[in-house]
Design a protein around this ligand. Structure first.
Ligand code: PMV
Length: 353
C-alpha cells in the first residue's frame, strides 16, 4: 500500500573507553590509528532510544529527517549520510534479489531519537546515538547483519559508536584494510562475566567540549611526537594487558591500565602544538581523590578515566562502593569548590546491561 508507514525502534547504550581511540588513519572512513577497548554502561542509566520509519507517503522533497530530543537535527553531514548510504545499499541488494519486497530503500527516512540522560550532563552521546540510528534502520530494513557488521557502519558515523553495538566489554579492532572492511567491534566479555563492575560519572562541567574529538585527533596525529610512541608501543601493550585483566577479573590490573591509558591519551594532547587541555583543575582533583582512596584502602579500589572533556568516569567494584563513592562524596563534596555540584549531578553507578 502506498501510504503504509514501516517502523522499527531500538535502544543503544553509552560506552566509556578504558583503552582510548585517539587518531584517524582515514578521516573519511573513520579508520583509527589504534585499537581500543570500552565498557558499555547500563541502559537503565544512559541510552539513546531511536525509532526509524519510512513511507512512500512521506514527501520526497522533504528528504530524510532526524528529530533529536524533540529538536530538528541536521542529517546532511557526511557522517550521517555515509550511514544512510551504506544501509540503503544493503536494503537495495535485498530488494534486487527479491522483487516482492517493498522498495523501502527509495523512501524518505524519518528518525526520532531521545536520550534518557540530560544533554546537559556533558557526556558524549554520539556513540549511543549513531549505534541506535544504525540498528534502528537495519531493523526497519530487515537486514541480516550481525552486530560486528553493523559496527562497521556505525563506525562511519562516530568511531566510538561501533563499540555501542555490544554490551559488556568491547574491543574495536583497528584492522589494516584500506576500505575499512576489517575495522570493527567485537565483544571481549559479557557484562555478566564481571557483574560487580560499576561506573560513576562525575559531571565536572556540562559545557560542550572546547576542541571536538575530530579536530583534536587531527592535531595530535599531525603534531605530537609522543603520539607515535603511543600507537606503536603503549596501546598494543595496554590492549593485551586489559584483555588479560578482564579475562581474569583482576581489578587492580584493570584499574592501572585504565588510568595509565587515560594519562597517556591526555599526555599526547598536551604534546600537540599548540597544546590541547581537556582536563581542568577539578578533573585533576578527581585524580588526586582516587589516589587518596586507593592509598587509604591499601589496594586499588578505584580507577579514573577522562574522554575529550573534563568529566571523570570512575570504575570500581560493588563491594567497594562505600570506600569509593562514599569517600568521593565526602572528600570532593566538602573540600573542593565545584565538587559538591559535580557529585550531586553524578549519574547513578552501574554498568550491567
Ligand atoms: O567517537 P569520537 O569521534 O567521538 O571519539 C571518541 C574519542 C574518545 O572518547 C576520547 C575515546 C574513545 O575511545 O571513546
Amino acid at each position: 500500500m502506498a501510504d503504509t508507514v514501516y517502523r522499527a525502534s531500538t535502544t543503544a547504550p553509552v560506552n566509556i573507553a578504558v583503552v582510548k581511540y585517539w587518531g584517524k588513519r582515514d578521516a573519511k572512513l573513520n579508520l583509527p590509528t589504534n585499537s581500543s577497548l570500552s565498557v558499555t554502561l547500563s541502559q537503565a542509566d544512559l541510552r539513546t532510544l531511536t525509532t526509524a520509519s519510512c513511507s512512500a507517503a512521506y514527501p520526497a522533497a522533504a528528504g530524510d529527517s532526524l528529530l533529536l530530543n524533540g529538536e530538528p537535527s541536521d542529517v546532511a553531514g557526511a557522517r550521517t549520510q555515509a550511514c544512510f548510504r551504506e544501509l540503503r545499499a544493503r536494503r537495495a541488494a535485498l530488494e534486487a534479489a527479491d522483487p516482492a519486497l517493498p522498495k523501502l530503500s527509495t523512501m524518505p527516512l524519518r528518525l526520532v531519537s531521545e536520550n534518557n540522560f540530560p544533554t546537559a550532563a556533558g557526556l558524549a552521546s554520539s556513540a549511543a546515538g549513531f549505534a541506535a540510528l544504525v540498528r534502528a534502520i537495519a531493523n526497519l530494513y530487515e537486514l541480516p547483519a550481525s552486530p560486528s557488521e553493523l559496527s562497521k557502519i556505525a563506525r562511519q558515523g562516530s568511531g566510538s559508536a561501533c563499540r555501542s553495538l555490544f554490551g559488556g566489554y568491547v574491543a574495536w579492532r583497528m584492522g589494516d584494510a584500506a576500505d575499512g572492511s576489517d575495522s570493527m567491534a567485537d565483544q571481549v566479555a559479557e557484562a555478566a562475566h564481571w557483574p560487580e563492575m560499576r561506573a560513576l560519572v562525575l559531571v565536572v562541567s556540562a559545557a560542550k567540549k572546547g576542541v571536538s574529538s575530530t579536530s583534536g585527533m587531527q592535531q595530535t596525529v599531525a603534531t605530537s611526537g609522543l603520539f607515535q610512541e603511543r600507537i606503536a608501543r603503549v596501546v598494543p601493550q595496554n590492549m593485551a594487558a586489559m584483555e588479560e585483566a578482564i579475562a581474569e577479573r583482576n581489578f587492580a590490573s584493570f584499574a592501572e591500565v585504565t588510568m595509565r591509558d587515560s594519562n597517556s591519551f591526555h599526555a599526547t594532547c598536551a604534546d600537540t602544538y599548540p597544546p590541547i587541555f581537556y582536563m581542568n583543575d577539578v578533573s585533576r582533583a578527581a585524580i588526586r581523590a582516587v589516589e587518596q582512596i586507593n592509598a587509604a584502602a591499601g589496594r586499588t579500589v578505584a580507577a579514573y578515566t577522562f574522554d575529550a572533556g573534563p568529566n571523570a568516569v570512575i570504575y570500581y567494584l560493588e563491594k567497594d562502593t562505600e570506600a569509593v563513592v562514599g569517600t568521593l562524596y565526602h572528600v570532593l563534596g566538602g573540600e573542593v569548590g565545584g565538587w559538591k555540584d559535580a557529585v550531586v549531578k553524578g549519574l547513578k553507578p552501574s554498568i550491567s546491561l
